[in-house]
Design a protein around this ligand. Sequence first.
Ligand code: GLP
Length: 248
Amino acid sequence: MTEMKIIVSANYDEMSRLAAEQVATLVRQNPKAVLGLPTGSTPIGMYRNLIEMYRQGTLSFKQVTTFNLDEYIGLPPGDVNSYRYFMFENFFKHIDIQEENIHIPDGNAEDLEQECIAYENKIRAAGGIDLMVLGVGNNGHIGFNEPGDHFPVATHVTKLDESTIQANARFFDSIDQVPRYAITMGIGSIMRCHRILLLASGKAKAQAIRGAIEGPVTPKLPASILQFHSDVTIMLDAEAASLLSRSR
Ligand code: GLP
């Protein structure tokens, strides 16, 4: 029996509201909280809710530090598909976070190996991540930790799965433009976070969610490792939860 807390919402909007509440509660308790943040379509609703709280004056990010999970390698600086661009457009430029407290792996670093080591060191120097928010790929990836035969531990350079390239092609003009490589926090970087909140919405995630929660822990489905974490909340909409066993 897993320790995971599963919260199923009727729809995406409710899930997004609840996710934002979790983040907001932490930041109100600890204004210097360190957050791990994801990109993708899934967290956009959560970011909108957090922006709204900031606008209403009920939440401030002035002392918050953030670490993003991952970034494509080789996109030109400022590219609209870079995760840096995504984060500023969808969240950072709308709130009062200090730019020096924002951390996103640099996919254009000259020495990528060094960038990975430096990123891990920065997380450590910040005292670790209090709350890591995660999405999940259709294939069960978290960050860009793709299905494989082992769990990569630290921040590393990874080759994207063919299915991920296809899934992410929707944001690019053509599939050829989707980067083949990325920098991602490792499974160890994620598991060291004090709390984890994973969000999943829609039918395309249902299979991965079932495997992650009810299947064996296996690097073939990276999100399944979360069964070994002691403080994980999984927030789902009804479609993403649709393949979970009924006894739940
Ligand atoms: C991307 C990101 C992941 C994200 C996932 C799901 O490839 N690297 O961090 O969780 O895909 O994205 P979406 O929320 O758009 O389904």
